[in-house]
Design a protein around this ligand. Structure first.
Ligand SMILES: *[C@@H]1O[C@H](CO)[C@@H](O)[C@H](O)[C@H]1NC(C)=O
Ligand SMILES: *[C@@H]1O[C@H](CO)[C@@H](O)[C@H](O)[C@H]1NC(C)=O
Ligand SMILES: *[C@@H]1O[C@H](CO)[C@@H](O)[C@H](O)[C@H]1NC(C)=O
Ligand SMILES: *[C@@H]1O[C@H](CO)[C@@H](O)[C@H](O)[C@H]1NC(C)=O
Length: 469
Protein backbone atom coordinates (compact mmCIF):
# COMPACT_ATOMS: atom_id res chain seq x y z
CA UNK A 1 0.00 0.00 0.00
CA UNK A 2 2.81 2.35 0.96
CA UNK A 3 4.86 1.56 -2.17
CA UNK A 4 1.79 2.03 -4.30
CA UNK A 5 1.36 5.48 -2.86
CA UNK A 6 5.03 6.35 -3.51
CA UNK A 7 4.78 5.30 -7.13
CA UNK A 8 2.16 7.87 -7.76
CA UNK A 9 4.15 10.79 -6.49
CA UNK A 10 7.30 9.79 -8.43
CA UNK A 11 7.83 10.95 -12.00
CA UNK A 12 7.12 8.38 -14.72
CA UNK A 13 10.80 7.99 -15.71
CA UNK A 14 11.93 7.27 -12.18
CA UNK A 15 9.13 4.81 -11.73
CA UNK A 16 10.20 2.78 -14.78
CA UNK A 17 13.82 2.81 -13.65
CA UNK A 18 12.83 1.58 -10.20
CA UNK A 19 10.74 -1.22 -11.71
CA UNK A 20 13.63 -2.36 -13.95
CA UNK A 21 16.08 -2.36 -11.06
CA UNK A 22 13.68 -4.28 -8.80
CA UNK A 23 13.10 -6.84 -11.55
CA UNK A 24 16.84 -7.36 -12.11
CA UNK A 25 17.50 -7.76 -8.39
CA UNK A 26 14.66 -10.28 -8.02
CA UNK A 27 15.97 -12.28 -10.98
CA UNK A 28 19.54 -12.36 -9.67
CA UNK A 29 18.32 -13.42 -6.23
CA UNK A 30 16.31 -16.24 -7.82
CA UNK A 31 19.34 -17.52 -9.72
CA UNK A 32 21.53 -17.41 -6.61
CA UNK A 33 18.97 -19.14 -4.38
CA UNK A 34 18.34 -21.77 -7.06
CA UNK A 35 22.03 -22.46 -7.54
CA UNK A 36 22.91 -22.89 -3.88
CA UNK A 37 19.81 -24.82 -2.95
CA UNK A 38 20.45 -27.51 -5.60
CA UNK A 39 20.91 -30.88 -3.84
CA UNK A 40 24.42 -32.22 -4.20
CA UNK A 41 23.67 -35.89 -4.91
CA UNK A 42 20.35 -37.46 -6.01
CA UNK A 43 17.09 -36.48 -4.32
CA UNK A 44 16.07 -36.61 -0.70
CA UNK A 45 12.41 -37.64 -0.49
CA UNK A 46 10.36 -37.78 2.63
CA UNK A 47 7.92 -40.66 3.19
CA UNK A 48 5.16 -38.24 2.38
CA UNK A 49 6.78 -37.38 -0.97
CA UNK A 50 7.17 -41.05 -1.76
CA UNK A 51 3.50 -41.78 -1.00
CA UNK A 52 2.49 -38.87 -3.23
CA UNK A 53 4.73 -40.16 -5.98
CA UNK A 54 3.24 -43.66 -5.69
CA UNK A 55 -0.22 -42.20 -5.95
CA UNK A 56 0.84 -40.24 -8.99
CA UNK A 57 2.39 -43.31 -10.65
CA UNK A 58 -0.70 -45.38 -9.89
CA UNK A 59 -2.88 -42.68 -11.36
CA UNK A 60 -1.17 -42.95 -14.73
CA UNK A 61 -0.80 -46.72 -14.80
CA UNK A 62 -2.83 -48.70 -17.32
CA UNK A 63 -5.87 -50.65 -16.20
CA UNK A 64 -4.82 -53.90 -14.58
CA UNK A 65 -5.87 -56.64 -16.94
CA UNK A 66 -5.59 -59.21 -14.20
CA UNK A 67 -8.52 -57.48 -12.48
CA UNK A 68 -10.73 -57.40 -15.55
CA UNK A 69 -9.85 -61.05 -16.25
CA UNK A 70 -10.75 -61.91 -12.66
CA UNK A 71 -14.10 -60.11 -12.96
CA UNK A 72 -14.98 -61.81 -16.24
CA UNK A 73 -13.91 -65.22 -14.96
CA UNK A 74 -15.91 -64.88 -11.75
CA UNK A 75 -19.23 -63.70 -13.14
CA UNK A 76 -21.42 -66.74 -12.76
CA UNK A 77 -24.28 -67.19 -15.23
CA UNK A 78 -25.91 -69.70 -12.89
CA UNK A 79 -26.09 -67.09 -10.12
CA UNK A 80 -27.58 -64.54 -12.53
CA UNK A 81 -30.21 -67.13 -13.44
CA UNK A 82 -30.99 -67.71 -9.76
CA UNK A 83 -31.12 -63.94 -9.08
CA UNK A 84 -33.56 -63.56 -11.96
CA UNK A 85 -35.75 -66.38 -10.67
CA UNK A 86 -35.98 -64.81 -7.19
CA UNK A 87 -36.37 -61.19 -8.35
CA UNK A 88 -39.04 -61.89 -10.97
CA UNK A 89 -41.13 -64.20 -8.78
CA UNK A 90 -43.67 -61.46 -7.99
CA UNK A 91 -45.22 -58.53 -9.81
CA UNK A 92 -43.37 -55.47 -8.52
CA UNK A 93 -44.94 -52.35 -9.95
CA UNK A 94 -43.52 -49.10 -8.53
CA UNK A 95 -45.08 -47.95 -5.26
CA UNK A 96 -46.55 -51.37 -4.32
CA UNK A 97 -45.35 -53.48 -1.34
CA UNK A 98 -43.35 -55.97 -3.50
CA UNK A 99 -41.53 -52.98 -5.07
CA UNK A 100 -40.47 -51.80 -1.58
CA UNK A 101 -39.46 -55.36 -0.68
CA UNK A 102 -37.21 -55.47 -3.70
CA UNK A 103 -35.47 -52.22 -2.72
CA UNK A 104 -34.84 -53.67 0.76
CA UNK A 105 -33.62 -56.96 -0.69
CA UNK A 106 -31.15 -55.18 -2.98
CA UNK A 107 -29.83 -53.07 -0.12
CA UNK A 108 -29.29 -56.15 2.05
CA UNK A 109 -27.69 -58.24 -0.69
CA UNK A 110 -25.40 -55.43 -1.89
CA UNK A 111 -24.13 -54.94 1.67
CA UNK A 112 -23.65 -58.69 2.12
CA UNK A 113 -21.76 -58.69 -1.16
CA UNK A 114 -19.22 -56.21 0.21
CA UNK A 115 -20.24 -52.72 -0.93
CA UNK A 116 -18.97 -50.05 1.48
CA UNK A 117 -22.36 -48.39 1.86
CA UNK A 118 -25.86 -48.72 0.45
CA UNK A 119 -28.67 -46.21 0.85
CA UNK A 120 -32.33 -46.07 -0.01
CA UNK A 121 -33.01 -42.62 -1.46
CA UNK A 122 -36.75 -41.89 -1.13
CA UNK A 123 -39.03 -39.70 -3.24
CA UNK A 124 -42.76 -39.11 -2.93
CA UNK A 125 -43.99 -39.08 -6.50
CA UNK A 126 -47.29 -39.01 -8.32
CA UNK A 127 -48.15 -42.44 -9.75
CA UNK A 128 -51.22 -43.56 -11.69
CA UNK A 129 -52.99 -46.89 -11.27
CA UNK A 130 -56.14 -48.60 -12.47
CA UNK A 131 -58.03 -50.60 -9.82
CA UNK A 132 -55.36 -52.91 -8.39
CA UNK A 133 -55.47 -56.62 -7.80
CA UNK A 134 -58.96 -57.75 -6.96
CA UNK A 135 -60.02 -54.22 -5.98
CA UNK A 136 -63.27 -53.95 -7.89
CA UNK A 137 -65.44 -54.76 -10.85
CA UNK A 138 -64.44 -51.69 -12.84
CA UNK A 139 -61.76 -53.02 -15.12
CA UNK A 140 -60.27 -50.58 -17.54
CA UNK A 141 -61.49 -51.78 -20.94
CA UNK A 142 -62.66 -51.10 -24.46
CA UNK A 143 -66.03 -52.43 -25.55
CA UNK A 144 -68.26 -52.17 -28.55
CA UNK A 145 -71.74 -51.31 -27.52
CA UNK A 146 -74.04 -54.21 -27.91
CA UNK A 147 -71.16 -56.58 -27.21
CA UNK A 148 -71.29 -58.42 -23.93
CA UNK A 149 -68.27 -57.02 -22.04
CA UNK A 150 -67.76 -60.37 -20.32
CA UNK A 151 -67.02 -62.06 -23.65
CA UNK A 152 -63.31 -62.27 -23.60
CA UNK A 153 -62.79 -62.61 -27.33
CA UNK A 154 -64.44 -59.31 -28.07
CA UNK A 155 -62.43 -57.09 -25.80
CA UNK A 156 -59.13 -57.14 -23.98
CA UNK A 157 -60.52 -57.27 -20.49
CA UNK A 158 -58.53 -60.00 -18.87
CA UNK A 159 -54.92 -60.93 -18.66
CA UNK A 160 -55.57 -64.45 -19.78
CA UNK A 161 -52.47 -65.49 -21.65
CA UNK A 162 -51.38 -69.11 -21.85
CA UNK A 163 -49.63 -70.64 -20.02
CA UNK A 164 -51.38 -70.40 -16.68
CA UNK A 165 -48.54 -68.83 -14.73
CA UNK A 166 -49.12 -65.64 -16.73
CA UNK A 167 -52.51 -65.39 -15.05
CA UNK A 168 -51.17 -63.81 -11.85
CA UNK A 169 -54.09 -62.08 -10.07
CA UNK A 170 -51.63 -59.53 -8.68
CA UNK A 171 -50.54 -58.49 -12.17
CA UNK A 172 -51.88 -55.03 -12.91
CA UNK A 173 -54.49 -54.99 -15.67
CA UNK A 174 -53.64 -53.47 -19.03
CA UNK A 175 -53.61 -49.69 -18.80
CA UNK A 176 -51.79 -46.53 -19.79
CA UNK A 177 -50.56 -44.67 -16.73
CA UNK A 178 -51.65 -41.00 -16.40
CA UNK A 179 -54.52 -41.46 -18.83
CA UNK A 180 -57.38 -39.40 -17.44
CA UNK A 181 -60.27 -41.53 -16.23
CA UNK A 182 -63.29 -41.35 -18.49
CA UNK A 183 -65.93 -43.12 -20.54
CA UNK A 184 -65.96 -41.64 -24.04
CA UNK A 185 -68.22 -43.29 -26.61
CA UNK A 186 -67.97 -42.65 -30.34
CA UNK A 187 -67.34 -43.85 -33.87
CA UNK A 188 -63.96 -45.42 -34.53
CA UNK A 189 -61.30 -43.95 -36.85
CA UNK A 190 -58.01 -45.66 -37.75
CA UNK A 191 -55.04 -43.24 -37.62
CA UNK A 192 -51.98 -45.40 -38.39
CA UNK A 193 -49.25 -44.43 -35.84
CA UNK A 194 -51.07 -41.33 -34.62
CA UNK A 195 -48.33 -38.99 -35.84
CA UNK A 196 -49.14 -35.43 -36.92
CA UNK A 197 -48.71 -36.41 -40.58
CA UNK A 198 -51.21 -39.26 -40.06
CA UNK A 199 -53.83 -36.83 -38.77
CA UNK A 200 -52.97 -34.43 -41.62
CA UNK A 201 -53.64 -37.23 -44.08
CA UNK A 202 -57.02 -38.01 -42.48
CA UNK A 203 -57.96 -34.34 -42.71
CA UNK A 204 -56.87 -34.23 -46.36
CA UNK A 205 -59.08 -37.17 -47.31
CA UNK A 206 -61.99 -35.73 -45.35
CA UNK A 207 -62.03 -37.98 -42.28
CA UNK A 208 -63.15 -35.72 -39.44
CA UNK A 209 -61.84 -36.92 -36.04
CA UNK A 210 -64.01 -34.57 -33.99
CA UNK A 211 -65.93 -36.56 -31.38
CA UNK A 212 -64.34 -39.83 -32.53
CA UNK A 213 -62.38 -42.59 -30.82
CA UNK A 214 -59.08 -43.08 -32.63
CA UNK A 215 -57.37 -46.47 -33.00
CA UNK A 216 -53.59 -46.21 -33.44
CA UNK A 217 -50.64 -48.57 -33.70
CA UNK A 218 -47.94 -48.54 -31.03
CA UNK A 219 -44.42 -47.43 -32.14
CA UNK A 220 -43.15 -44.34 -33.98
CA UNK A 221 -43.83 -42.03 -31.06
CA UNK A 222 -44.79 -41.86 -27.41
CA UNK A 223 -48.16 -42.98 -26.11
CA UNK A 224 -48.99 -39.59 -24.61
CA UNK A 225 -48.01 -37.83 -27.84
CA UNK A 226 -50.35 -40.05 -29.87
CA UNK A 227 -53.23 -39.18 -27.52
CA UNK A 228 -52.26 -35.51 -27.66
CA UNK A 229 -52.24 -35.54 -31.46
CA UNK A 230 -55.59 -37.32 -31.49
CA UNK A 231 -57.04 -34.75 -29.08
CA UNK A 232 -55.72 -31.90 -31.28
CA UNK A 233 -57.60 -33.46 -34.19
CA UNK A 234 -60.75 -33.39 -32.05
CA UNK A 235 -60.84 -37.01 -30.84
CA UNK A 236 -62.36 -37.84 -27.44
CA UNK A 237 -60.64 -41.18 -26.80
CA UNK A 238 -57.59 -43.12 -28.00
CA UNK A 239 -56.92 -46.84 -28.32
CA UNK A 240 -53.42 -48.25 -28.91
CA UNK A 241 -52.55 -51.70 -30.23
CA UNK A 242 -49.31 -53.49 -31.10
CA UNK A 243 -49.42 -54.14 -34.84
CA UNK A 244 -48.03 -57.65 -35.50
CA UNK A 245 -46.26 -56.36 -38.64
CA UNK A 246 -44.15 -54.27 -36.21
CA UNK A 247 -43.78 -56.66 -33.28
CA UNK A 248 -43.84 -60.17 -34.73
CA UNK A 249 -41.42 -62.08 -36.90
CA UNK A 250 -43.25 -63.15 -40.08
CA UNK A 251 -44.18 -66.83 -39.87
CA UNK A 252 -42.89 -67.09 -36.30
CA UNK A 253 -44.85 -68.83 -33.57
CA UNK A 254 -46.55 -66.86 -30.82
CA UNK A 255 -45.68 -67.22 -27.15
CA UNK A 256 -45.45 -69.73 -25.44
CA UNK A 257 -44.55 -71.74 -28.59
CA UNK A 258 -42.29 -68.96 -29.87
CA UNK A 259 -41.26 -65.35 -29.29
CA UNK A 260 -44.09 -63.61 -31.12
CA UNK A 261 -46.64 -61.58 -29.16
CA UNK A 262 -50.02 -63.34 -28.83
CA UNK A 263 -53.15 -61.52 -29.98
CA UNK A 264 -54.40 -61.24 -26.38
CA UNK A 265 -51.22 -59.50 -25.22
CA UNK A 266 -50.52 -55.79 -25.31
CA UNK A 267 -48.21 -53.19 -23.88
CA UNK A 268 -48.75 -51.41 -20.58
CA UNK A 269 -47.03 -48.06 -20.52
CA UNK A 270 -46.94 -44.50 -19.34
CA UNK A 271 -48.63 -41.71 -21.28
CA UNK A 272 -46.86 -38.88 -19.48
CA UNK A 273 -45.83 -36.18 -21.96
CA UNK A 274 -42.61 -35.31 -20.10
CA UNK A 275 -40.53 -37.55 -17.85
CA UNK A 276 -40.09 -36.96 -14.11
CA UNK A 277 -42.55 -36.41 -11.27
CA UNK A 278 -45.47 -34.33 -12.62
CA UNK A 279 -45.94 -32.49 -9.31
CA UNK A 280 -42.32 -31.29 -8.89
CA UNK A 281 -41.08 -30.27 -12.35
CA UNK A 282 -37.35 -29.46 -12.34
CA UNK A 283 -36.79 -30.07 -8.62
CA UNK A 284 -36.70 -33.21 -6.45
CA UNK A 285 -39.87 -34.78 -5.02
CA UNK A 286 -38.56 -34.84 -1.46
CA UNK A 287 -40.91 -35.18 1.48
CA UNK A 288 -41.59 -31.48 2.04
CA UNK A 289 -41.17 -30.19 -1.51
CA UNK A 290 -43.80 -27.83 -2.88
CA UNK A 291 -46.20 -29.72 -5.12
CA UNK A 292 -48.17 -28.24 -8.02
CA UNK A 293 -51.93 -28.42 -7.68
CA UNK A 294 -53.10 -31.15 -10.08
CA UNK A 295 -55.08 -28.67 -12.17
CA UNK A 296 -51.82 -26.94 -13.12
CA UNK A 297 -50.27 -30.08 -14.57
CA UNK A 298 -49.73 -29.92 -18.32
CA UNK A 299 -48.01 -33.28 -18.85
CA UNK A 300 -51.11 -35.49 -18.78
CA UNK A 301 -52.82 -36.37 -22.05
CA UNK A 302 -56.18 -34.65 -22.21
CA UNK A 303 -58.25 -37.63 -23.43
CA UNK A 304 -58.51 -41.18 -22.05
CA UNK A 305 -56.38 -43.81 -23.76
CA UNK A 306 -56.17 -47.56 -23.42
CA UNK A 307 -54.11 -50.41 -24.92
CA UNK A 308 -55.67 -53.52 -26.49
CA UNK A 309 -54.34 -56.69 -28.12
CA UNK A 310 -54.28 -57.21 -31.89
CA UNK A 311 -57.08 -59.81 -31.82
CA UNK A 312 -59.46 -57.07 -30.73
CA UNK A 313 -57.87 -54.52 -33.08
CA UNK A 314 -58.42 -56.95 -35.96
CA UNK A 315 -62.05 -57.36 -34.97
CA UNK A 316 -62.62 -53.59 -34.92
CA UNK A 317 -60.60 -52.87 -38.07
CA UNK A 318 -62.33 -55.61 -40.05
CA UNK A 319 -65.70 -53.91 -39.49
CA UNK A 320 -64.52 -50.36 -40.25
CA UNK A 321 -66.28 -48.36 -42.93
CA UNK A 322 -64.66 -45.72 -45.13
CA UNK A 323 -61.75 -45.61 -47.55
CA UNK A 324 -59.00 -48.20 -47.77
CA UNK A 325 -55.97 -47.09 -45.78
CA UNK A 326 -53.04 -45.82 -47.88
CA UNK A 327 -49.81 -47.72 -48.47
CA UNK A 328 -47.71 -47.76 -45.31
CA UNK A 329 -50.73 -47.84 -43.01
CA UNK A 330 -51.33 -51.55 -43.59
CA UNK A 331 -50.16 -54.11 -41.11
CA UNK A 332 -50.05 -57.88 -41.35
CA UNK A 333 -53.50 -58.71 -39.97
CA UNK A 334 -55.49 -60.70 -42.56
CA UNK A 335 -57.98 -57.91 -43.26
CA UNK A 336 -58.38 -54.80 -45.39
CA UNK A 337 -57.28 -51.82 -43.31
CA UNK A 338 -59.77 -48.96 -43.65
CA UNK A 339 -59.93 -45.47 -42.17
CA UNK A 340 -63.51 -45.27 -40.89
CA UNK A 341 -65.23 -43.40 -39.40
CA UNK A 342 -67.62 -45.91 -37.91
CA UNK A 343 -68.50 -49.50 -38.66
CA UNK A 344 -70.29 -51.06 -41.59
CA UNK A 345 -72.25 -54.25 -42.35
CA UNK A 346 -73.78 -55.96 -39.32
CA UNK A 347 -71.75 -53.66 -37.04
CA UNK A 348 -73.23 -50.59 -38.69
CA UNK A 349 -74.13 -47.86 -36.18
CA UNK A 350 -72.29 -49.48 -33.26
CA UNK A 351 -70.07 -47.25 -31.17
CA UNK A 352 -66.83 -47.94 -29.39
CA UNK A 353 -66.66 -47.20 -25.66
CA UNK A 354 -63.63 -46.68 -23.44
CA UNK A 355 -63.89 -47.48 -19.74
CA UNK A 356 -60.88 -45.99 -18.04
CA UNK A 357 -60.69 -46.02 -14.23
CA UNK A 358 -57.18 -44.78 -13.62
CA UNK A 359 -56.49 -42.64 -10.57
CA UNK A 360 -53.38 -40.76 -9.49
CA UNK A 361 -51.86 -41.07 -6.04
CA UNK A 362 -48.65 -39.94 -4.32
CA UNK A 363 -46.53 -42.91 -3.28
CA UNK A 364 -43.08 -43.30 -1.79
CA UNK A 365 -40.55 -44.88 -4.15
CA UNK A 366 -36.87 -45.62 -3.48
CA UNK A 367 -33.69 -45.55 -5.50
CA UNK A 368 -31.09 -47.98 -4.17
CA UNK A 369 -27.62 -46.41 -4.34
CA UNK A 370 -24.49 -48.31 -3.24
CA UNK A 371 -20.80 -47.52 -3.37
CA UNK A 372 -17.35 -49.05 -3.47
CA UNK A 373 -14.99 -46.25 -2.47
CA UNK A 374 -12.13 -45.50 -4.83
CA UNK A 375 -8.47 -45.80 -3.80
CA UNK A 376 -7.09 -42.67 -5.50
CA UNK A 377 -9.98 -40.53 -6.57
CA UNK A 378 -12.78 -41.48 -4.22
CA UNK A 379 -14.65 -38.28 -5.11
CA UNK A 380 -14.88 -39.31 -8.77
CA UNK A 381 -17.74 -41.63 -9.60
CA UNK A 382 -18.28 -44.27 -12.24
CA UNK A 383 -21.94 -45.23 -12.03
CA UNK A 384 -23.68 -48.36 -13.23
CA UNK A 385 -27.48 -48.16 -13.17
CA UNK A 386 -30.66 -49.92 -14.14
CA UNK A 387 -34.28 -49.70 -13.04
CA UNK A 388 -35.68 -52.40 -10.78
CA UNK A 389 -39.40 -51.65 -11.06
CA UNK A 390 -41.52 -53.50 -13.62
CA UNK A 391 -45.16 -53.35 -14.66
CA UNK A 392 -45.50 -57.01 -13.72
CA UNK A 393 -42.86 -59.69 -13.08
CA UNK A 394 -40.58 -58.02 -15.61
CA UNK A 395 -38.16 -60.92 -16.13
CA UNK A 396 -36.78 -59.04 -19.14
CA UNK A 397 -37.72 -55.39 -18.47
CA UNK A 398 -35.75 -54.80 -16.37
CA UNK A 399 -35.23 -57.57 -13.82
CA UNK A 400 -32.67 -59.08 -16.23
CA UNK A 401 -30.42 -56.08 -15.52
CA UNK A 402 -31.15 -56.13 -11.77
CA UNK A 403 -30.06 -59.79 -11.74
CA UNK A 404 -26.83 -58.92 -13.56
CA UNK A 405 -25.95 -55.92 -11.39
CA UNK A 406 -26.59 -58.00 -8.26
CA UNK A 407 -24.01 -60.52 -9.53
CA UNK A 408 -21.61 -57.66 -10.35
CA UNK A 409 -21.84 -56.38 -6.76
CA UNK A 410 -20.85 -59.90 -5.61
CA UNK A 411 -17.78 -60.02 -7.85
CA UNK A 412 -16.64 -56.43 -7.21
CA UNK A 413 -17.47 -56.66 -3.49
CA UNK A 414 -15.48 -59.92 -3.26
CA UNK A 415 -12.41 -58.21 -4.74
CA UNK A 416 -12.65 -55.47 -2.12
CA UNK A 417 -13.23 -57.82 0.78
CA UNK A 418 -11.04 -60.81 -0.08
CA UNK A 419 -8.27 -59.33 -2.19
CA UNK A 420 -7.92 -55.93 -0.61
CA UNK A 421 -8.44 -54.39 -4.03
CA UNK A 422 -10.04 -51.05 -4.69
CA UNK A 423 -10.91 -49.31 -7.93
CA UNK A 424 -9.08 -46.11 -8.77
CA UNK A 425 -12.34 -44.12 -8.68
CA UNK A 426 -15.47 -44.87 -6.67
CA UNK A 427 -17.93 -47.24 -8.30
CA UNK A 428 -21.59 -46.40 -7.65
CA UNK A 429 -24.33 -48.97 -8.23
CA UNK A 430 -27.81 -47.55 -8.73
CA UNK A 431 -31.14 -49.37 -8.94
CA UNK A 432 -33.74 -46.82 -10.03
CA UNK A 433 -37.38 -46.82 -8.96
CA UNK A 434 -40.50 -46.02 -11.00
CA UNK A 435 -38.79 -45.96 -14.38
CA UNK A 436 -41.85 -47.43 -16.11
CA UNK A 437 -43.94 -44.42 -15.09
CA UNK A 438 -41.54 -42.14 -17.06
CA UNK A 439 -38.05 -42.27 -15.47
CA UNK A 440 -39.31 -40.85 -12.19
CA UNK A 441 -36.72 -42.27 -9.74
CA UNK A 442 -33.64 -41.38 -11.77
CA UNK A 443 -34.89 -37.92 -12.77
CA UNK A 444 -35.70 -36.92 -9.18
CA UNK A 445 -32.22 -38.13 -8.13
CA UNK A 446 -30.50 -36.08 -10.84
CA UNK A 447 -32.63 -33.07 -9.90
CA UNK A 448 -31.52 -33.43 -6.27
CA UNK A 449 -27.81 -34.01 -6.91
CA UNK A 450 -27.25 -32.05 -10.14
CA UNK A 451 -24.13 -30.20 -8.94
CA UNK A 452 -22.36 -33.27 -7.56
CA UNK A 453 -23.19 -35.26 -10.67
CA UNK A 454 -21.93 -32.49 -12.98
CA UNK A 455 -18.68 -32.06 -11.06
CA UNK A 456 -17.80 -35.60 -10.06
CA UNK A 457 -19.46 -38.17 -12.30
CA UNK A 458 -16.92 -39.53 -14.75
CA UNK A 459 -19.13 -42.03 -16.56
CA UNK A 460 -22.63 -43.48 -16.33
CA UNK A 461 -23.45 -46.88 -17.80
CA UNK A 462 -27.13 -47.82 -18.07
CA UNK A 463 -28.54 -51.30 -18.46
CA UNK A 464 -32.10 -51.83 -19.64
CA UNK A 465 -33.26 -55.22 -20.89
CA UNK A 466 -29.97 -57.03 -20.21
CA UNK A 467 -30.58 -59.90 -22.62
CA UNK A 468 -29.32 -61.10 -25.95
CA UNK A 469 -31.00 -63.56 -28.30
C1 LIG B 1 -67.82 -48.80 -11.04
O1 LIG B 1 -68.28 -47.84 -11.98
C2 LIG B 1 -69.60 -47.40 -11.75
C3 LIG B 1 -69.99 -46.49 -12.90
O2 LIG B 1 -69.01 -45.53 -13.14
C4 LIG B 1 -69.68 -46.72 -10.39
O3 LIG B 1 -70.99 -46.30 -10.11
C5 LIG B 1 -69.21 -47.69 -9.32
O4 LIG B 1 -69.15 -47.04 -8.07
C6 LIG B 1 -67.84 -48.24 -9.65
N1 LIG B 1 -67.48 -49.27 -8.69
C7 LIG B 1 -66.27 -49.28 -8.09
C8 LIG B 1 -66.05 -50.39 -7.12
O5 LIG B 1 -65.40 -48.44 -8.30
C1 LIG C 1 -65.87 -31.88 -37.96
O1 LIG C 1 -67.00 -32.23 -37.20
C2 LIG C 1 -67.39 -31.27 -36.25
C3 LIG C 1 -68.48 -31.86 -35.38
O2 LIG C 1 -69.40 -32.55 -36.15
C4 LIG C 1 -67.81 -30.00 -36.96
O3 LIG C 1 -68.18 -29.01 -36.01
C5 LIG C 1 -66.65 -29.51 -37.79
O4 LIG C 1 -67.05 -28.39 -38.56
C6 LIG C 1 -66.17 -30.60 -38.73
N1 LIG C 1 -64.96 -30.17 -39.39
C7 LIG C 1 -64.85 -30.18 -40.71
C8 LIG C 1 -63.54 -29.70 -41.27
O5 LIG C 1 -65.74 -30.57 -41.43
C1 LIG D 1 -52.60 -52.35 -48.30
O1 LIG D 1 -53.73 -53.15 -48.46
C2 LIG D 1 -54.51 -52.86 -49.63
C3 LIG D 1 -55.71 -53.72 -49.62
O2 LIG D 1 -55.95 -54.31 -48.41
C4 LIG D 1 -53.68 -53.13 -50.86
O3 LIG D 1 -54.39 -52.71 -52.00
C5 LIG D 1 -52.39 -52.35 -50.77
O4 LIG D 1 -51.54 -52.73 -51.82
C6 LIG D 1 -51.69 -52.63 -49.46
N1 LIG D 1 -50.54 -51.79 -49.38
C7 LIG D 1 -49.37 -52.25 -48.94
C8 LIG D 1 -48.26 -51.26 -48.90
O5 LIG D 1 -49.20 -53.40 -48.62
C1 LIG E 1 -58.48 -41.28 -6.37
O1 LIG E 1 -57.48 -41.27 -5.38
C2 LIG E 1 -57.70 -40.33 -4.36
C3 LIG E 1 -56.52 -40.38 -3.43
O2 LIG E 1 -55.34 -40.34 -4.13
C4 LIG E 1 -59.01 -40.65 -3.64
O3 LIG E 1 -59.25 -39.66 -2.68
C5 LIG E 1 -60.13 -40.71 -4.63
O4 LIG E 1 -61.31 -41.15 -4.00
C6 LIG E 1 -59.82 -41.65 -5.76
N1 LIG E 1 -60.84 -41.59 -6.75
C7 LIG E 1 -61.42 -42.69 -7.26
C8 LIG E 1 -62.46 -42.46 -8.29
O5 LIG E 1 -61.10 -43.81 -6.94
Amino acid sequence: MYLFHRCHIMSKGRYILLAVVCGAVAFALGVIIGWFSKPETGSVLTDEDRAALDRYRASIEDADEAISDHILANIDAERIRENLRVLSAKSHMAGTPPDHEMAELLRRRWLENGLDEVRLVPYDILLSYPPLGREGPNNTAVTVDGADPAREYEDTRTLHIEPEYQDDPDAVQFFNAYSPAGHPVGDLVFANYGRLQDFDYLKQVGVNCTGKIVLMKYRSGGRGTKAKNAASAGAIGAILYPEPADTNEPGGKVYPDGWNLPGTGTERGSALLEPGDPLTPGYPATEFAYRLPEEEITVFPSIPLHPIGYNDAQEYLSHLDGDIAPAGWNGSLPITYRLGPGFTGDWSGRKVALHVYTNTTIRRVYNVVGMIKGRLESDRYVMLGNHYDSWVQGAIDDTSSTAISLELTRVFGGLVRNDNWRPRRSIVFAAWGAEEFALLGSIEYVEQFTDIIKERMVAYINMDIGVSD
